[in-house]
Design a protein around this ligand. Structure first.
Ligand code: PEP
Ligand code: MN
Length: 266
């Protein structure tokens, strides 16, 4: 089986000259100071191509920090003006899409909980009709390749040709060292049926802790994935979300230095 996606190559919309492609930034935008300070340090590493930040956070249970909301889009705009880094946010509703587009966000991504819900994906896709913006689709939280493919197809059918997949691991009943099991075979299957689809690995949400991130990031590159999305925070110990897995910008730079790209087959 081959997946018939109408897509343009990653190099035509995100040609940063940096390999591997690294998207980084906080799990959540918390304050303007936190976002700007993190963005400046990330830009100074010279290793990061895109600044990410969650503005609307999909929390599993209510009562926790649910994202700073629309004001965070203004902080992102300022971070981009000051650092030159293009920005990326998660969108989960048509309203998120409209607000992110109005605020000049460069790249949108669909989160794992949204990918698991075809109604949500279709709502996002409908809001994207006639819009030319890159969209990255995370795998669904559950290990269901068809849902991931279906979400990519819905976004692509809406006319989005700058499209990529993000492998962030899958929830499993059995608890292991990982927060979300990588289940590499599912990502490999998707690569096999859609070889032209850029695939970005998210070791932060796979690992759930800082210590394992280098191993997962390297393995993703060894499997020929095109990029990494890694959460970073000016001071991870006080992060409002995902504190255990975020890296300081300095640690991110150190990791980026150690990663090796897969050698071309001879
Ligand atoms: C995130 O990127 O912060 C996030 C909520 O990720 P996921 O959708 O992979 O859980
Ligand atoms: Mn997170």
């Amino acid at each position: 089986m081959k997946l018939n996606l109408n897509i343009v190559p990653l190099s035509s919309w995100l040609n940063t000259g940096k390999e591997p492609l690294i998207i980084s930034g906080p799990c959540s935008a918390e304050t303007e100071e936190q976002l700007l300070a993190t963005a400046h340090l990330l830009a100074a590493t010279g290793k990061v191509s895109v600044l990410r930040a969650g503005i609307w956070k999909p929390r599993t249970r209510p009562g926790e920090f649910e994202g700073i909301g629309s004001i965070g889009l203004e902080w992102l705009k300022r971070a981009k003006e000051e650092t030159g880094l293009p920005t990326a946010v998660e969108v989960a509703t048509a309203k998120h899409v409209e607000e992110a587009l109005a605020a000049g966000v460069d790249i949108l991504w669909v989160g794992a909980r949204s990918t698991a819900n075809p109604f949500t994906v279709q709502e996002i896709a409908d809001a994207l009709k006639g819009v030319d913006i890159p969209v990255l689709v995370k795998n669904p939280i559950n290990p269901d390749l068809a849902l991931w493919i279906g979400a990519l197809e819905r976004i692509n059918n809406a006319g989005i040709t700058k499209i990529g997949a993000i492998h962030r691991g899958f929830s499993s009943y059995e608890k292991t060292s990982f927060r979300n099991e990588p289940m590499w075979d599912l990502a490999i299957q998707l690569k096999a049926i859609a070889p032209e689809l850029p695939m970005i690995n998210d070791p932060s949400h796979i690992c759930g802790n800082r210590e394992l991130i280098p191993y997962i990031a390297q393995k993703a590159l060894d499997l020929d994935m095109q990029g990494l999305m890694i959460e970073s925070h000016i001071d991870p110990s006080v992060a409002w979300t995902d504190a255990k897995q975020q890296l300081t910008p300095a640690a991110l730079a150190e990791l980026a230095d150690k990663l090796t790209l897969r050698k071309a087959d001879s």
